[in-house]
Design a protein around this ligand. Structure first.
Ligand code: BEZ
Length: 392
């Protein structure tokens, strides 16, 4: 039990002794688990942050509002997807708010800043989205676990999909920051491994939305297909601009599913037919997903998306691991419970790798109406190479 929790229990015991009461020690309420949550509540990734938080709350609600018998308090911070503020936010949650563990974030740069703080303080950190490869690779740590994906995992399989459809040349575009750069590299790796050639790879600063000049360069390069990484409301704007530029009817889009996820309800057919790969899809043939979708409808008006599932799974991971540690959230104790943890998830069953990243199926999807429809498995039980992770 962390010092803070122990102090609260001792306080309750002392109180009962001073009052001369019968041994109320047995009835002392377990101290609340204090969870520091850093997610974007503003900017292009705000909808992702909201879905993740709602997903965690749903998992908690399904456990009767407690994990391992301890009530839970989420102390949330809008991290604004701003990496330069991440260390300050994380340090404040630890030093001032005395949280037991950290959860965050969506943006790779923010999560890298948080992880640095977590490594120094020794607090447990769970990552419910950010895919920066280093978090479970060269910068992996005994106390840092990811419940989502690595950036490599959610685009590498696209190369084979495209090659199988006879595509030999492509252009890539994305935001210029850690995630975008990793998506560009992993796309090229997967595409070239299957005989493809990337003709041009373009970037614009995060989170800018002036796609016009890049689209003109793509038209000039005349690739057979276009791939990209964008997400959130910026992705919706990109897909709108791509369709309005007239390119959609000439050069098909093959993308990481982050680009079409959680935004189709905001479009009017501009994304129809786009092929993508991701670790979740609409119409997955599994009972857990059907139950999750029904439960989700009762707590949110928004359609289910991968971000909701990642938040929900973060809750499932905590529930299961805390049960094993009898409510002790200290990283050293939780590490044993989290390594190799197997989760029965709406995305399908997955298992935590040695580098602390999910080993999971990556699905092939296609946009039909407002759905990223399941079309099959693009890569079975895909594990991030995490090649530079040394944990012991
Ligand atoms: C990232 O920054 O790692 C990220 C953000 C949104 C979706 C996927 C990845």
């Amino acid at each position: 039990m962390r010092t803070h929790a122990r102090r609260q229990v001792l306080h309750a015991v002392a109180g009962s002794l001073m009052l001369g009461a019968a041994p109320r020690i047995l009835q002392a309420k377990p101290a609340a688990l204090r969870i520091g949550v850093m997610l974007p509540a503003s900017g292009t990734y705000a909808p992702l942050g909201a879905a993740i938080l709602q997903g965690m709350r749903l998992a908690l609600q399904e456990s009767g509002g407690q994990w391992a018998g301890r009530p839970v308090e989420f102390l949330t911070v809008d991290d604004e997807s701003n990496p330069s503020k991440a260390p300050e936010h994380a340090n404040r949650l630890i030093a001032r708010d005395k949280v037991d563990l950290l959860i965050g974030s969506v943006h790779s740069g923010v999560a890298l800043g948080m992880a640095k703080v977590a490594r120094e303080s020794g607090h447990l950190m769970l990552i419910p989205n950010a895919g920066a490869n280093a978090l479970t690779g060269s910068a992996c740590a005994p106390n840092v676990f990811r419940t989502s994906f690595s950036n490599w995992q959610t685009i590498y399989p696209l190369g084979k999909v495209m090659a199988d459809q006879g595509i030999k040349t492509a252009a890539f575009l994305t935001w210029k920051y850690t995630a975008g750069q990793e998506y560009a590299e992993a796309f090229a790796q997967g595409f070239e491994a299957h005989g493809g050639k990337v003709l041009t790879s373009l970037t614009l600063p995060f989170p800018q939305l002036e796609f016009g000049p890049l689209l003109a360069q793509i038209a000039a390069a005349r690739p057979q297909a276009v791939s990209c990484f964008f997400s959130g409301s910026g992705a919706a704007k990109f897909l709108l601009d791509y369709a309005r530029s007239g390119l959609k009817d000439k050069i098909p889009l093959y993308v990481t599913g982050h680009t079409t996820e959680g935004i189709l309800h905001a479009l009017k057919g501009e994304a129809e037919g786009i092929t993508s790969v991701l670790h979740y899809a609409d119409g997955l043939p599994n009972a857990k997903d059907k139950a999750f979708r029904q439960a989700w409808k009762k707590v949110s008006k928004l359609p289910v998306d991968v971000f909701a599932v990642q938040g929900y799974d973060t809750g499932l991971v905590l529930a299961q691991a805390l049960k094993a540690t009898q409510g002790d959230p200290t990283a050293k104790v939780m590490q044993k419970a989290l390594e190799g943890i197997r989760i029965s998830s709406p995305r399908g069953d997955w298992v935590m790798s040695k580098a602390h990243n999910p080993i999971q199926d990556i699905y092939l999807r296609q946009v039909v109406g407002q759905q990223n429809l399941y079309k099959g498995i693009a890569a079975k039980a895909l594990e991030d190479p995490g090649s530079n992770c040394r944990l012991s």
